[in-house]
Design a protein around this ligand. Sequence first.
Ligand code: NDP
Ligand code: GDR
Length: 383
Amino acid sequence: MDTNKTKIALITGITGQDGAYLAEFLLKKGYVVHGLKRRSSLFNTDRIDHLYQDPHASKRNFILHYGDLTDSSNLIRIIQEIQPDEIYNLAAQSHVKVSFDTPEYTANADGIGALRILDAVRLLGLTKKTRIYQASTSELYGLVQEVPQSEKTPFYPRSPYAVAKLYGYWITVNYREAYNMFACNGILFNHESPVRGETFVTRKITRAVAKIALGLQDKLFLGNLSAQRDWGHAKDYVEAMWLILQQAQPEDYVIATGVTTTVRDFVRMAFAEVGIEVEFSGKDVMEKGVIIDCDEEILNRLNIPVEHIKLGQTVVKVDSQYFRPTEVDLLVGDPSKAKNKLGWTPQYTLPMLVKEMVESDLQLMRKEEYLKKGGFTILNYFE
Ligand code: NDP
Ligand code: GDR
């Protein structure tokens, strides 16, 4: 590849969490970044509005295109027009629980969508020019076969989402082998951030913690508290995506921290950030989390009124509607290959991530607090 030429990247799923972090990352590296965004009835560009450039400007390095992973002709046209050096296929129906409700759509977007990208590059004769990153996932491991999970661990998907992503994984490997394409899977374990979607468990927790601290919500309803996840920060993980495409050989990589934590412990850590100590008791659907102590120094520092915190108050309850028909109990990745070959190591630890997310949601919820004081009704869409 000519390293002096300005590189052109296409990001599908640019309006999502990873799309936004990756766009920022690539722009800083001097790329021209094109993004595929879906038409929606409401604006869906909150996460990338700070990168927006006026379409009337004479020179732009950040350009959005309407498109959808379920529309081949649209993908072919955009890729033909852009002639990208790198494509990051991040678009997906990415919610595991929702995939049980929309299995066919999930298969179409997450499975066949990956094929459409690969095949567009092949049909357009770009196999030598365009490198492709496929957003594969630790959900592929599903039912525990071994821990920690590495590139060699067998897959056993446990949701329509994971089965669709399994197709995406293997079609990427197949196109690499069949057509000599530079196409790679990043098998990324869970990664979060202050702009994580509000219905994923970490963000659901940090939003609720902020609201409970500010007296805007009483309780947080959750599903399986015993699930264990290897949580990292999206900012670290988008760097790994880029590194995967800069190697001499196309290969697949596990990207993870190597540390696993239960949902229950994530809840404890998030409440601790605002000075609230929560203890859990009971089993399965009867389990609950109760405030047993508070740290007034932290409350004062964060300007949280102490009268909002009631010792003995139940702040977490289990609600079986959030259970999945088949669950993934334990994920913990082995990132040795990424460390050795890519030189990648995450900068964020879980405590740093939790702190950043809680602080950001506290700031956000202060706006709701302000509106509530002004007499406006707050709708709880995300609980
Ligand atoms: P998000 O849910 O935040 O973003 C998904 C993006 O895909 C959004 O931009 C969404 O658009 C877009 N999208 C959804 N369906 C379509 C479609 N049919 N056509 C075009 N665009 C579509 O996900 P993340 O940023 O967290 O994840 C990025 C990718 O990485 C996903 O493929 C996910 O499955 C995968 N992954 C994520 C991990 C994580 O922990 N975050 C871990 C491993 C893999 P809109 O904004 O309009 O909804
Ligand atoms: P996951 O993330 O399914 O791992 O997929 P999610 O945050 O949705 O769930 C993590 C674990 O928490 C348990 N859980 C709950 N989950 C949600 N969403 N809401 C709840 O109320 C709740 N209570 C408990 C879940 O059962 C699960 O065990 C994410 C997505 O980003 C995928 O796209 C990605 O591929 C994987 O991470 C790696």
